[in-house]
Design a binder for this molecule. Sequence first.
Ligand SMILES: [Zn+2]
Length: 93
Amino acid sequence: MIPTADEPVADATCSRAGCRVRARWRIDWRNPRIHAADRTKTWVACDEHRDYLQGFLEARDFPVVVAPLESAGTAAAGAPGTDSPGRPGGAAG
Ligand SMILES: [Zn+2]
């Protein structure tokens, strides 16, 4: 198995400067002036700073997509300890 060297998004700390809280949201954004159309940056944010970071980017007219950060390590109440067969939704981007 080859370990993926992707961004450690699933277990990340809020991107807000000085914040040490575990991030619960991911913010995918792009600066159209310097980034190509297929190039996006990803920030992560805690509950408190999600709106701040989203607003920061939207104020600059950057395309912003906010989505829940899915973390397998987070013990969700009611979730049994079984492996899920896969994510719903399939291959749709
Ligand atoms: Zn934060």
